[in-house]
Design a protein around this ligand. Structure first.
Ligand SMILES: [Zn+2]
Ligand SMILES: [Zn+2]
Length: 160
């Protein structure tokens, strides 16, 4: 009989842990749903890091070589590009310092400083709200996942 009551008390503990976990998840889920609703009301936003990742995908940074690329001038800072400097060559074949172009794309427009050719698709540019990004958007979702995994980790330790 002792083992039976022990079993029930164990079951009781397990139930309490599961219910509290369930409640926590419901709270977190509701919070994230509210956040998503609020965000989609404005339009979804990408951070500067994500924005620059798209730039990198479209026009990867390369090391400048005078031999293969010819003498080039960066139209943003108006100086000649030196051997080995990090540059981006856009689809329109215009070349700029990587840092100069990234700064331009963040502060001004998502177009080539020389010929205004589009550097990124419109839907990505629309998502990048320059004012919002300067305030700083932190990945609150990642924080939430971390919290959940920490909680699960703790309770799993308790079971074993
Ligand atoms: Zn430059
Ligand atoms: Zn161009």
């Amino acid at each position: 009989m002792a083992s039976l009551s022990e079993f029930f008390s164990h079951l009781h503990t397990l139930t309490i842990i599961f219910i509290s976990l369930l409640l926590l998840e419901i709270v977190l889920l509701t919070r994230s749903v509210i956040e998503i609703t609020l965000k989609s009301g404005k339009k979804s936003i990408i951070s500067t890091t994500q924005y620059l990742r798209h730039v990198e995908e479209k026009s990867p940074a390369i090391s400048y070589s005078k031999k293969s690329m010819g003498q080039q001038e960066c139209a943003v800072c108006l100086s000649q590009i030196s051997e080995g400097e990090s540059v981006r060559k856009l689809k329109c074949r215009h070349t700029f310092h990587k840092d100069c172009l990234d700064e331009w794309l963040q502060q001004c427009l998502a177009t080539c400083p020389l010929c205004r050719a589009k550097v990124l698709p419109d839907e990505i540019v629309a998502k990048y709200d320059r004012v919002q990004s300067q305030i700083g958007y932190d990945g609150s979702d990642e924080e939430m996942i971390f919290m959940l995994s920490a909680l699960y980790g703790n309770s799993l330790q308790r079971f074993s």
